[in-house]
Design a protein around this ligand. Sequence first.
Ligand code: SAM
Length: 179
Amino acid sequence: KIYVLRYGHRPGRDKRVTTHVALVARAFGADGFILGDVADESVKESIEKVSEIWGGRIHFEMGVDSQKYCREWKRNGGLVVHLTMYGLHVDSVIDEVRRLGRDILVVVGSRKVPGFFYEVADYNVAIGHQPHSEVAALAVFLDRLFTGRELYLRFPDAKVEIVPSPRGKKVRRLGAGVE
Ligand code: SAM
């Protein structure tokens, strides 16, 4: 299983970005999203609302101690991958990470990330060595991990799905009891 841990969320200013991290986790094939150290109902509600309509509900936790969570993850045999521009280039590690076939906890930060995460990580992975965004970093990491297959994911519990169209918006309703 692949979980994403968002470290350093500030409920005042990070709502949107953290929600986007959670949405990318869901849409790009992760199985869980952990909001470390703080609780923020608005992030929980946003991701639940999307999953309610589009399916693909993923495991969600918030307010858990991030550092403890990482240690526990490793104790259970999982890998911790910390996304940071200071790490090793994704191209030089991704095949090895994939080949190991272990559970992965992908850690993304917000502003400054304490040294703990660089130490606890089995891999510090850079999505290129320029500063950009946790949303972009997570999307590219998962895309490389799943070699692009995640963009074809369909969620069996979806109430609606998109009918691709060259122009306009086509949506098909799915399932019994939905008109
Ligand atoms: N300045 C902060 C630092 O020195 O740790 C990072 C700020 S950045 C807006 C927030 C998060 O985006 C980082 O903690 C990291 O997880 C992710 N990130 C940004 N650029 C990245 C890159 N090139 N490679 C991997 N992750 C990146």
